[in-house]
Ligand binder design. Sequence first.
Ligand code: NA7
Length: 551
Amino acid sequence: MRSLAAASGGTIQEVHVQSIDRVDAIVIGAGMAGLYQLYRLRELGLSIRVFESGGGVGGTWYWNRYPGARFDSESYSYGYSFSEELLQEWNWSEHFAPQPETLRYLNFVADKFDLRRHIHFDSRVTRAIFDEDRGSWEIETGDGRRARARFLITAVGPLSAPTLPRIEGRESFKGESYHTARWPHEPVDFSGKRVGVIGTGATGVQVIQEVAKTAGHLTVFQRTPNWCAPLHNSPIEPERQAEIQASYPEIFEKCRESHGAFLHAADPRSALEVSAEERVALWERLYAEPGFGIWMGNFSDILVSEEANALVSEFMRGKIRARVRDPEIAEKLTPKNHGFGTRRVPLETGYYEVYNQDNVLLVDVLEAPIQRITPDGVETGDATYELDLLIHATGFDAITGAFDRIDIRGRAGRTLKEKWADGPRTHLGLQSAGFPNLLTLVGPHNAATFCNIPRCIEQNVEWVTELLRYMRDHQYQRIEPTESAENEWTKHVYEIAALTLLSRTDSWFTGVNQNLPDKKHTFLAYAGGSPAYRARCNEIAAKGYEGFVLQ
Ligand code: NA7
C-alpha cells in the first residue's frame, strides 16, 4: 500500500480531483468514532483516509452549535478513556459541558494525536461501491475525490441526518430560519425578536430554555410533550477536578458495568416490590441528583412493566404540575401517549419554569395542527403567529438516515438502502451480509445506539481494530457475516426490544419520524445493554469471528 502522502503526491490538500487514492482503510466521518478509529488503525500501521463532510472535526459537536447544546452525560464519563495522558491533561469545566467546550476538546484530541493530516474536510462521501474483482471499496465525494481501500468503515453518527418539518410553505418564511443541527457559526441574536421553535425533543428543550432568556417573545410549537428531568449542572471545583482525575479507572469501570454505559446503574429492585414511601423516596432522590439517574438508575422494571412505568410517570406528572403555574399549560406539557423513559428523556435546567414567563407561549399543535408556514410566520388551525426567526428542532432521520444518504452498493450492485428498506439486518450491528469489508461503527442494531456513546464507540473501534489485526496476521482479505448469523442477531435484537416498553412507543428508536412517512417503523437500536453486547462481541472474536466468513 502506498502511504497517504505518497498517494497524493504531497499534502492532502494537493490531491487532484478524480485521482484515486489507494489506502488500506477509508473512514467516513471525523466525529468521536472516526477520530478514534483513525488513531487505532494508524497505530496498527495501516494507511487511512478519513472523509468528513464538515469543515472541522467533532461530528455531532461540530454541527449542533445551537444555544444551550450540552452533554447529558457527566463530562468525565464522556471523554475518551484510551489515553491516560489525555485524561490528565484535559479539565472539564462543568459536570455537563456545553457544546463549545466539547468541540474544543475534540480539536485538542485531533491536534494532540496529529490526526488532521489524514482527514479531508468539506468532503461528503456520496457513493461507495464494492469492487468484487479487486475485493475493495471505491468511494466518491461531492467535491470530486475518489479513493479505494480494502476496508470501508462508517463513523457517520446515529443522529447526523437532520430532518426539516414536512409543512407547506416552509421555504417561504422570510425571517431567519435554522435547523438546530445546521446552526450558523456566527452568534444568533434573539433580543427583541419574535422567535418560534418547532419541536420539543431533547434538542428543543435545550434550545427553548436558552432562547427564552433573551427573546422578545418565544412561541413553542409542541406536538408530543416529553417527560423531562432536571440536569442539575454545576461547575467542577478544583478539588473535585483532582478527585476526578484520580478516579478515572473507577469511573470507566462503573460505566462498563452499567446497562447504558452511564455512571448510573439501575436499582436491581422492582418498583412493585417496595412500599409507596420507598418508591417515592428513591424518585425524590434521583430527581434531585444530577444527570440520567432518574432514567438509568431507577428501579429495574420501569421500562419493562407497564404497572411500574405508570407509577413513575405519575410521580413525574406531579413534578410538572408543581413547577408550572398554569394548570392548563402543565396539562399540555404532560405526555399522554407514552410513559416516562420510553422515549429519550430530555434533561433540562428550568425548562418547565420557562412556561411561567410572560414572553413565552406554548402552542399545542396536536390540538390545532400547523397548517402552513407563511413568509411572516406559522399558521395553525385557529391562529396565526408572526415571527422574525424560526427554529426547527425537528430531529433526525435516526440511525439509518446517514447510511441512506450515501449510495452504498455491495456485492452484485445491491444497495444497502434496498437491503434495509424493511429494517436493518446486521450481525452485531457491525456488518451486513452482501457488504464485505464494510464495518459500521455505531450502526443500527449496535449497542452503541442506546449508550453513553463514547464508551460504546471505544468498544466498537477496539473490536474492529482487533479484527483488522487478526485479518492481517492470518492473511485474510475479506470478511462478511453469514446470512444465518445475521438472521440470528436481527431476531435477537427484536426479541430483546419486545421485552421493553421502548419498542411499543413511537420515537426515533423505533424509526418513527412523521416527516419521513416512508421510513419503516421497526426497532433501530439494541436494547440488550452494553455489557451483554460487549460480552457477545468478545465471545465471537474469541471463537475466530464466529458467524463471519473470512477469506
Ligand atoms: P427528536 O427527539 O426526534 O425531536 C424532534 C421534535 O420535533 C419532536 O418533538 C417532534 O414531535 C418535533 N417535530 C418534528 N417534526 C414536526 C412537525 N412537522 N411539527 C411539529 N413538531 C415536529 O430530535 P432531537 O433533536 O430533539 O433529539 C434527537 C436526539 O439527539 C436526542 O434524543 C439526543 O439523544 C440527541 P413528535 O415527537 O414527532 O410529535
